[in-house]
Design a protein around this ligand. Structure first.
Ligand code: R5P
Length: 319
């Protein structure tokens, strides 16, 4: 790899950058650098980065929850690093925003996934993320014009479930979750069922649960990629409770926990909730965290390495 590897954590991402740097000790010359964002009273931001030595690899570390507030400073930081001589500017965004709006659901709507991809692609050389919401877009390279690597949290989720939940029954809360609920189930050596979901509005979700009597004595583990309003899980939890199931465990990759999501999931009967640490700045007391920092570190190393700079790739985390 050419030059030093410099990690620039955005506000809220310092612990993540420190953990990545720690995981890279002895494997790369890595330093955590200062990156500040000052908010002016009029709503503008001033970004300031520690200047990179010429020829270094700059890596912005910024999960993209709260994307509207973060994106403009992020693009300014990327541009500044490039102006100051960074050889490459990469982005570690464990949560990648705007992937769910992947078509025009109503006339005149923005196809946010495509437009946001175009914006980021114009400013950074590579992107490392975890389980972006891929539905009608099947691969990041369909919309992102940069090198990218997608890490899959399924192995870590499965490890957590196998260690924490006796006799689990994996439950996918909607058809979109079927493929990777099955992946987690296979890794955790557990059976799997999938709920049929209809979303009628932001917080209005209706679900139909398959027959649970085929799996007596098992603890349902609801698996989703994103918890936003929590209503997908709440609808599934309501049905599980009505079907007489034991209190389910809820496990997700990205815990956005918008508004009252956490309270609503608990009120609907979740026995326990676990998410990975891809999202920062969300207070989620009592929620178990599944750390992915070591996996992100490996991804950073690979994307910075000269041998991995030509094509986009998609790989799973080590099991
Ligand atoms: C939808 O297709 C996703 O996989 C999640 O189920 C959804 O984004 C969760 O959103 P919410 O928590 O708002 O129901």
């Amino acid at each position: 790899m050419t030059g030093s590897l410099l990690l620039y954590p955005f506000p809220g991402n310092a612990a993540r950058a420190a953990a990545i740097a720690q995981a890279l000790q002895g494997r790369a010359e890595v330093r955590v650098m200062s990156c500040t964002v000052h908010a002016f009273p009029d709503g503008e931001s001033l970004v300031q980065v520690a200047p990179p030595p010429p020829g270094s690899q700059a890596v912005l570390v910024c999960s993209l929850n709260q994307p509207d507030a973060r994106t403009v400073p992020l693009l300014m930081a990327a541009g500044t690093l490039r102006e100051l001589g960074a050889l490459q500017v990469g982005l570690v965004a464990p949560y990648l925003a705007y992937m769910r709006q992947d078509i025009r659901f109503a006339p005149g709507q923005a196809v946010s996934a495509r437009l946001y991809a175009r914006l980021l692609s114009a400013h950074v050389d590579w992107l490392l993320t975890v389980d972006p919401h891929l539905h009608r877009i099947h691969d990041l390279s369909e919309v992102y014009n940069l090198r990218s690597r997608v890490l899959h949290a399924a192995p870590r989720l499965a490890q957590w479930i196998a260690a924490q939940v006796p006799k689990p029954l994996i439950v996918g809360p909607d058809g979109e979750s079927a493929q990777w609920a099955a992946d987690v189930a296979a890794r955790a050596a557990a059976p799997v069922v999938v709920v049929q979901k209809t979303r009628l509005g932001d917080t209005d979700v209706r679900s139909t649960i398959p027959d649970l009597h085929l799996h007596p004595g098992r603890t349902p583990v609801l698996i989703d990629d994103i918890i936003s309003t929590g209503r997908t899980l709440v609808a599934a939890l309501d049905h599980l409770r009505a079907a007489g199931s034991p209190p389910p465990v809820c496990v997700a990759v990205h815990g956005l926990f918008a508004a009252d999501a956490l309270d609503a999931i608990r009120a609907a009967g979740a026995a326990r909730i676990a998410v990975t640490n891809t999202v920062d700045g969300v207070a989620a007391p009592g929620v178990d965290t599944i750390a992915l920092d070591a996996d992100l570190a490996q991804g950073v190393l690979d994307l910075c390495a000269a041998g991995c700079t030509q094509t986009a790739s998609s790989e799973g985390l080590p099991s």
